[in-house]
Design a protein around this ligand. Sequence first.
Ligand SMILES: NC(=O)c1ccc[n+]([C@@H]2O[C@H](COP(=O)([O-])OP(=O)(O)OC[C@H]3O[C@@H](n4cnc5c(N)ncnc54)[C@H](O)[C@@H]3O)[C@@H](O)[C@H]2O)c1
Length: 254
Amino acid sequence: MDISGSSAIVVGGTGGLGEATVRRLHAAGAKVVVADVADDKGKELAAELGIRYVHTDATSEESVQAAIDEAQSLGPLRISVDTHGGPASGGRLVGKDGSPLALDGFRTTIEFYLTAVFNVLRLSAAAIAKQEPLDEGSRGVIVNTASIAAYEGQIGQLPYAAAKGGVVGMTLVAARDLSPLGIRVVTIAPGTFNTPAYGKAADRLEAHWSTQVPHPKRMGQSPEYAQLAQSIIENDYLNGEVIRLDGALRFPPK
Ligand SMILES: NC(=O)c1ccc[n+]([C@@H]2O[C@H](COP(=O)([O-])OP(=O)(O)OC[C@H]3O[C@@H](n4cnc5c(N)ncnc54)[C@H](O)[C@@H]3O)[C@@H](O)[C@H]2O)c1
């Protein structure tokens, strides 16, 4: 699908993977809406590129719909990329003191990393479904973000791995559900990417992962995620798949 001329939303668009995707889609000619909760960064990025920022909480129906409406006002919405983050809880299933992992933390992690992804997916799909079909009846494409933790969750990562496993599980059925509407759904499962999500730990993690990732021996860089997102959007035959982007990394138990 041609990116140029369509509007696009990038949820989590001021984060590491999101910002790189915003820049890439903007450069490719999409009318991009940056949708995030980080208002200062979002406004700064939008001003730099001359695009729109909409304060968007991925967990909220009204909020995501407002971002979609803004994108639709700029041109036909055919592209939705979800790279949002949020609070994630972890810990061993049974702690050293014998207590079970907290239910609240599990619920919060699922809310941000699975339910909110479903929220963006369903609202994006309904909006893209209203567009005029292009070649072969195609209307648009939705890109989700999982993690290789969906397959190799590490010790202490159970809630996050469960949420990401849910995103992986939604991918094929969403593509099947949306096939009569000509909407593709593809999920990227990143390995370990050097983004602001790691804060001050980034240098330590870069050093650690540079010994663990088979090749190239480093963490992923956000533009590499954005490059894959663009490729997914442009390749009409990619659908219903989860693509690992991980330098052949397989997470060890810890
Ligand atoms: N960085 C990695 O190594 C890595 C690996 C695998 C998967 N992922 C996944 O990729 C996604 C993006 O990761 P990142 O490293 O770019 O993180 P990041 O922290 O750099 O970006 C996340 C963005 O989401 C925004 N956000 C937080 N809560 C939100 C909400 N309720 N609604 C909308 N936006 C919200 C933040 O403001 C931030 O801009 C996450 O889902 C993460 O789990 C990242």
